[in-house]
Each structure stands twice: as structure tokens, then as C-alpha cells.
Design a protein around this ligand. Sequence first.
Ligand code: 6PG
Length: 247
Amino acid sequence: MATPTSNLRIFPAPDQLCRAAAAQIAQMISGHQGQRFRLALSGGRTPEALYRILATEYATEIPWGKVELFWGDERYVPHDHPASNAAMVRRSLLDHINIPANQVHPIPTGAGNPASDAAAYQQTLQACAETEGELLRFDLLLLGMGDDGHTASLFPGGDWLAERAAWAVASRAPVPPHGRITLTFPMLNAAHHTMILVTGEAKQQVLQEIFANPTAAASRYPIAMIDPQGEVHWLVDSAAWPEAAHR
Ligand code: 6PG
């Protein structure tokens, strides 16, 4: 995994981090030459604050009509369940911006079988790919990092980490909701830009290991296993990266 500190920015608090992320996202979308800007969203608490900023301060500044939204992972619950990433994005972002419904692609969870819904999502992704048979390359992929070093719903120790053919698979989380659907490493690594948002003291240990010894970390932590073709931007708050801890 490339963890160049040149692409590492540290912020005093989550709010500053989310404001900087929002500004960078707005700049990337507005400056994008292509017809569509393909943005893959992360779940979790940190990005929810970012989405609220995008929904308020950038509701009209970002040309949402050229954005196509995808999800990096989903909890296997109904889309109106409190733990749903689709529900979180709807209440924090989609209910406040004008984006064509056919450009919003939540991960389905209605088949009663995560593997079936993962396969259905792969078909959606393939239909959106520029070139048939080639991976869909997100213009920007948002990722978080769990306290255990997971990212999306690629949790440590599962066979989903070895998946190199499917674009989306079922996985399981050690915490409820246990059922998950996640994009696989080939999809994550195909992104042109990857923005990893990390906040909170609980992430310190893993972050310290990743930046101290990326190779060793890549044998333990899924976030350290990603090796995107494009640029990786780490946005970290000082609780997760205290200067003192990294002298
Ligand atoms: C999810 C996310 C997950 C998240 C990390 C970090 O569905 O929960 O995709 O991978 O990014 O758990 O979450 P926080 O940003 O809330 O710490």
C-alpha cells in the first residue's frame, strides 16, 4: 500500500477535516472534464458529517446533475433501518440536493440473501462501467477505517479479502449488523482518487502501525491492503494522529 505522507493532512477536529474534504470534493467535481463524476460513498459516522456539509454549504455549488453516486458497502438491513448506509446518505445528503434518481445506486438488500444482492449490485456497476468487461473506475472513492483496520466492509480474516474476480461480495462484521455487502479490492483499487477519512482516538494504534511499517500492516489490516492505481488522500484528525505519538 502506498502511504506517502505527502498525501496526509491532519486536522485539529472532525469538523475541520470534513470541511476540507467537502471543499476538495467540490473542486474535483467542478473541475471534472467528463460527462459524469462517479463518486463512491463510505458509511459510518465520520462521513455523515461530511455529507451534511455537502448538503448544506454545497447544495447549489456542486453540479450534482453530473454526479453518479455509488456505495462502497452496506449493512444487510432494509434501506429504512437506522443502521442502513443508504438511509444515512438519504437523510444527510440526498433529501437536500437535486440529483437524478437514476444516478443514485444504493446497494440492494431486499433479496433476503446477501450474495444475491451483491451479484445484483455487480450487474449495476457493470452497466455503469464505461467499457464493457472493464472495471468501473470511480473518479473518487471515499473510505473510512475501523478500529480493527477494516475498510468498507472488508473486515480482517475473511475470505472476501482474497476475492479478485467479483466486484461486490457478501461479508460479515464482528459487530451487528453482521451481514454486509462490500466492494472488493479490485473495485477499490481501480479508483482514480481515494480519500480515506479517519477520526477518533480509537484509530491511533492502527494508524501508527500503518504509517510506521506499511508492509507489515498490509498483512494485518484491510485498509493497508488497498493499493489504488490512483492517488490516495489521507485526512486524519489529531485524535487519531497526535503529533506526540508519531515523534
Ligand atoms: C460502515 C463503513 C465502515 C466505516 C468504518 C469507520 O459501513 O460502517 O463503511 O467501513 O468507514 O467503520 O467508521 P467511522 O468513520 O464511523 O469511524
